[in-house]
Write a protein that binds this ligand. Structure first.
Ligand code: MTE
Ligand code: CO
Length: 420
């Protein structure tokens, strides 16, 4: 961001700072104690021309929003190239994730692919093996679909107890955007599937050559070969110029920088579906091919990075999602599960998408134990962490969809705790 373009005055910063640090205020529209300089003083932006059009040919957020950004946890991984950062869920609203804030998970860094040189190949058990350029793909009938993507490792650090302080870190390996592309079925129909064709293996053009086995049924059902997100080209971080969209299934299968799909008659047992992305159970055996992301939810506000600042009227906000079906209901408790209320689902409730929920509540300044519990249209109820551990043991990393608890103290600060 070029900060010479837009310089808020020093005074502007100070006023903002004091207002934000003003402690707990009771009413929603506080009565003025004296003259408010934000009203009585002429502000910089009132008295001079602002920047003209095209000062920022590609628009960026206001400098006052600088804190709204992806963040990583340095000690989590040995290198930046095989690492992850997290979506700032507590700073967002609605259900769409802005492109620049979608968490990143790379196994070999961000491939900078020249779309003119990018090729997408279908080979294996097809009547006609084919290679497509980006322009070829653009001429197929197109679809636009919203979907969430969740890394199977989201909340993985929390398996054995509360660890990271902030929903950005505990739940931020999820994003939800609108994808534009062509259905994988259209492409496969173009090539013609042999009767023995039962499995698909997408492969990435990055140095990790990410590959996974996907059953044909899923490939023909709702997978998309996508080149755009939220109306513009995919970001390099998200697989520009082409990625596979595998709705409701673990993020690892959504191969980025997609260059090839092999059609076969059995799974490939690739590294990422044997040594990784399997769930080690207590008896030493591992669950595998656990593709679907079960229903899950989290309260994003308040949360450790977003404390309560006001007594009285407040809005609790959060996100729920399920890889099986649309979200049906989200229950919220403020007292650790003694009483539950049904939240208000706001905005479209779309299949396999993030769903925004709200609860309007009065805070009397007493400590809270906040939880949310998602239920999807299949009737599946998000489990407690204890219930999950009873079934899956404590060795797992992936597929932790247990109920999250935030403890809000009297001063409004929140922390990650576990009560069940
Ligand atoms: N595809 C390639 N080619 N290389 C990768 O490292 N990471 C996978 C998947 N696809 C990966 C990939 C993992 S583990 C996840 S969770 C998602 O991409 C992350 O997608 P995002 O970076 O758009 O959030
Ligand atoms: Co992942």
């Amino acid at each position: 961001m070029n900060d010479t373009l837009y310089k808020p005055s020093r005074r502007g910063f100070l006023t903002g700072g004091i207002a934000a640090a003003g402690g707990l205020v009771a009413a929603t529209g506080a009565r003025a104690a004296g003259p408010d300089p934000a009203i009585t003083e002429v502000q910089d932006w009132n008295q001079a021309l602002g920047l003209g059009v095209d000062a920022r040919p590609y628009g960026m957020p206001s400098p006052f929003e600088e804190h709204v950004k992806r963040r990583d946890v340095e000690w989590l991984t040995a290198s930046r190239e095989s690492s992850v950062n997290f979506t700032p869920l507590h700073e967002l609203d609605g259900f769409v994730t802005p492109n620049g804030l979608c968490f990143e998970r790379h196994h070999a860094g961000i491939a900078e692919v020249d779309p003119a040189k990018h090729r997408f190949m279908i080979n294996g058990l097809v009547d006609q093996e084919m290679v497509f350029t980006m322009e070829d793909l653009n001429r197929f009938p197109r679809v636009n679909r919203f979907y969430f993507l969740e890394c199977a490792a989201n909340s993985g650090m929390e398996w054995r107890g509360a660890q990271l302080n902030g929903c950005q870190f505990t739940h931020g390996m999820v994003h939800c955007v609108q994808y534009t592309g062509v259905t994988l079925k259209t492409i496969l129909d173009e090539c013609g599937l042999k009767t023995s064709a039962k499995w698909l293996m997408p492969e990435g053009a990055d140095a990790s050559g990410m590959n996974r086995s996907i059953p044909m049924e899923k490939g023909l059902d709702d997978c998309i070969v996508a080149w755009a997100m939220n109306g513009e080209a995919l970001r390099p971080e998200q697989g520009y110029p082409l990625r596979l969209v595998v709705p409701g299934w673990e993020g690892n299968m959504w191969v980025k920088w997609l260059r090839r799909i092999e059609v076969g008659d059995q799974p490939w047992h690739a590294r990422e579906e044997t040594s990784k992305y399997t769930d080690l159970m207590d008896d030493g055996k591992a669950r595998r091919f656990t593709w679907i992301m079960d229903a899950k939810s989290v309260v994003t506000n308040p949360s450790p990075q977003a404390p309560l600042k006001h007594k009285g009227q407040n809005v609790l906000s959060g996100l729920a999602w399920s890889g099986r079906a649309p979200i049906k209901r989200v229950d919220v408790t403020l007292d650790g599960g003694k009483n539950w209320v049904t939240s208000d689902l706001q905005g479209p409730v779309l299949d396999k998408c993030l769903t925004r929920f709200y609860v309007n509540f009065e805070w009397d300044g007493k400590p809270l134990l906040i939880q949310s519990r998602a239920i999807d249209e299949t009737g599946y109820v998000q489990p407690t962490k204890d219930a999950l551990r009873q079934v899956r043991g404590t060795n797992s990393i992936y597929h932790n969809n247990g109920i999250q608890t935030w403890h809000v103290r009297e001063n409004g600060e929140a922390e990650n705790v576990e009560i069940s």
